[in-house]
Design a protein around this ligand. Structure first.
Ligand code: UD1
Length: 417
């Protein structure tokens, strides 16, 4: 298993180019399943999760090939209906195969995802929604067996604006007969990106990006070509790193419009931030002011940036608090940041961070994608060497991270063991 060796402290300087969004690319790849033809996705990041999704498509009889950011998918002749445990356990978003398979072929068998590093992650809303659309769902030996003799539009009120459930239900409802209304839908930009691709392919969808999505079912979705939006979490991670190290970084090929909550908080830390249409310029402060963070559903502060922001607050001039509303147990980075000298008190879903003058390098363990990037950030300002073990988590969600940080002046080496 690979690890990173990072020598700190450093001050980041230069420019970085942001990749396509993992969380936009995965639903788009799933959407190719029901097109019956050749699709092309552009601005696709080369990530471990991309490779996992390619494997899943292949299992379904859909060859896919990634070549320098362009993914060609041939869904002309799908032959499988099962997403096996081996793939689903490494990437929960494999569950996105459920909606399109059952909508197009009337059957799907997808392994139940199980928990994840930061606690339970239920899929009850995906399943309830599919049942409302007329699918029959059985749980059998750890698998979800879904079948339908033609889905029918319905009104679905999501108890929580789940990104995953909104994606899965949109992917099912576009081919259902009649009208589907998804109330309390997730408003994340990745949902709008998916809807735009589907609309271009013949779907009738209104309101994507708002909490009420109306879908009028159609009989087929054409093959499509679509560009993946920039990764707002990757961009936010580099912006946070610039602030933390007191550096000056230009972040290119991003969409600042998707990042208001993060940019506002970083400005409150004392950073000078200028935005243009597709870039952000960040100048970190000499002294970081503490800020309080409450995560929430888009457009609120994203849970996917909570860990990185905690790394920033670890060396702030005073105390800050974090309240995690989306995944109340998502704090596996806390004990690892503490190993680097951070002072953090965790009580349920609330963490209080007392900023320290300096962190110190130490061996630490990556536990999930964003927790791992928080450890990289902390290591950038820690005195001495930090070894981060199990970086396959980072490789799931950050493209060429050591090259990108290296270009900004960080000393970061991948050790293959
Ligand atoms: C997606 C993102 C992930 C991000 C998360 C929250 C992808 C591939 N992953 O995950 O990076 O951290 O959104 O922004 O896009 N819930 C239920 N029942 C369900 C589904 C969800 O109770 O059936 C709850 C979850 O426990 C959580 C909340 O809803 O508390 C939000 O989860 P959800 O938006 O579904 O997250 P994911 O789609 O899994």
């Amino acid at each position: 298993m690979d690890s990173f060796m990072i020598k700190g402290p450093c001050r980041l300087k230069g420019s970085v180019t942001i990749s396509g969004a993992k969380n936009a690319m995965l639903p788009l790849m799933a959407a190719t399943i029901f097109t019956g033809g050749k699709c092309r996705l552009e601005n696709v990041p080369d990530l471990r999760d991309t490779r996992t999704m390619i494997k899943l498509l292949k299992v379904l009889g859909i060859p896919a090939e990634l070549n320098e950011g362009t993914l060609d998918v041939d869904a002309s002749d799908p032959s499988g209906f099962e997403a096996p445990y081996d793939l689903v356990r490494t990437m929960r978003a494999s569950i996105y195969a459920l909606g399109p398979l059952v909508a197009r072929f009337g059957k799907a068998r997808v392994s139940l995802p199980g928990g994840c590093a930061w606690g339970p992650r239920p899929i009850n809303l995906h399943l309830q929604g599919l049942k409302s659309l007329g699918a029959e769902i059985r749980i059998d030996h750890g698998y979800i067996d879904a079948s339908a003799d033609g889905l029918k539009g319905a009104e679905i009120i999501l108890a929580i604006p789940s990104v995953g459930a909104t994606v899965n239900l949109m992917l099912a409802a576009v081919l259902a007969e009649g009208e589907t209304v998804i109330e309390n839908a997730a408003c994340e930009p990745e949902i709008k990106n998916l809807a735009d691709a589907l609309i271009g392919a013949g779907a009738k969808i209104d309101g994507a990006g708002s909490s009420r999505i109306i879908i009028e079912g159609v009989s087929k979705i054409d093959p499509f070509t679509h560009r993946v939006i920039p990764d707002r979490i990757e961009a936010g991670t580099y912006a946070a790193a610039a602030v933390l190290t007191g550096g000056e970084v230009t972040i290119n090929d991003c969409n600042p419009d998707h990042m208001h909550a993060v940019i506002d908080k970083l400005r409150s830390c004392g950073a000078e931030i200028e935005t243009a249409e597709r870039s952000i310029h960040v100048k970190g402060p000499d002294k970081i002011f503490p800020v309080d963070i409450e995560t929430g559903f888009y457009p609120a502060f994203p849970t996917d940036m909570q860990a990185q922001m905690m790394a920033v607050m670890s060396v702030a001039d005073g105390a800050s608090s974090f309240v995690e509303h989306v995944y109340t147990d998502r704090f596996t980075h806390v004990p690892e940041l503490k190993r680097l000298g951070a002072k953090i008190n965790l009580d349920g879903s609330v963490a209080v961070v007392n900023g320290v003058e300096r962190l110190q390098g130490a061996p630490v363990m990556a536990t999930d994608i964003r927790a791992s990037s928080a450890l990289i950030l902390a290591a950038l300002v820690a005195e001495g060497d930090t070894k981060i073990l199990r970086i396959y988590h980072i490789d799931r969600g950050y493209e060429k991270i050591e090259a990108k940080f290296g270009k900004l002046g960080a000393e970061i080496t991948r050790i293959s063991e």
